[in-house]
Design a protein around this ligand. Sequence first.
Ligand code: P6P
Length: 342
Amino acid sequence: MEQYKFMTLGRHIIEGEKMHPEASGELSYLLRDLSLAAKVISLEVNKAGLVDILGFTGDNNIHGEKVKKLDIYAHDMLIRAMDYGGHLCVMASEEEEGIIHISKKHKIGKYVLLFDPLDGSSNIDANISIGTIFSIYKRITPENTPGAMEDCLQQGIKQVAAGYVVYGSSTIFVYTAGQGVHAFTLDPSFGEFLLSHENIQIPKKAKIYSANEGNYLYWHKGLKKYIKYLQEEDKETGRPYSSRYIGSMVADIHRNLLYGGIFMYPADSRHPNGKLRLMYECNPMAFLIESAGGRATDGKQRILEINPEKLHQRVPIFIGSEEDVKMVEKFMAEADVEKTVS
Ligand code: P6P
């Protein structure tokens, strides 16, 4: 790994803010508070194996999925770390049905935070990498009033910052505030996130595809043809591709961000909208990957241009290296034409 200057996340955020004199500094404080929550969550995630932390709570979350204690811990930790700073007017979480109001005893700010506190949590017991995903907007309702659902249901193109924390062999904080994508690796010996990858650009084309092929039977005909195309041998186009699927969106996308590749969670005949959530999984990842020179669509439309209707709505997603995403869109469009003329 390239030897970087001794740049902490905090310094990087402040230097990034200097490029925007009009910036109030509130966004910098928000990102700093997020990084604090990430350090604390990382501590708990890395205690894996302690019975009192792992294992099911026996409860279900609002989607009827079994909740792991760490899910709740991460959700609660993020709310505690973020609500008193005076920078937010409202929050929303995968773990909460409705919006999360800022406590009356705290100042109301001008930003909105949506998050998936611990994505991939079904992998916790197997010690597979999991992550926190966050998305930040400016509020659109009047200042100094409680935030509202409409502040949360904004198109992804309106995000002012987005990113994720991947809790793996290292804890890495990856974010963009619109000026490039940067990654910081936590040095647990003194609890600082240090710059490890600056201005990340995702390769335009690569040799990795990432999808749960257990759903192949139920996929769009054009997608099936695309997967078979990737598996053919053709040296000129770098085929066959390698299949890499961790089953943890943050980990799969982090690998593709660095190495290139395409991650797909498509619709299928059983789940017409796919599985992943627009507001706190697909939109932040799409903002980040587009900022790194990649592409993110639902197979037809840019993820960032989807008009949100519900806080927890699901969308199909094809995200990663630009040429690879365009290729799968081409296969599916051609199959749709064949279907209409047949
Ligand atoms: P499947 C994890 O549960 C998650 O929400 C994402 O992190 C991941 O990409 C996806 O679901 C995996 O879903 O159906 O392949 O197990």
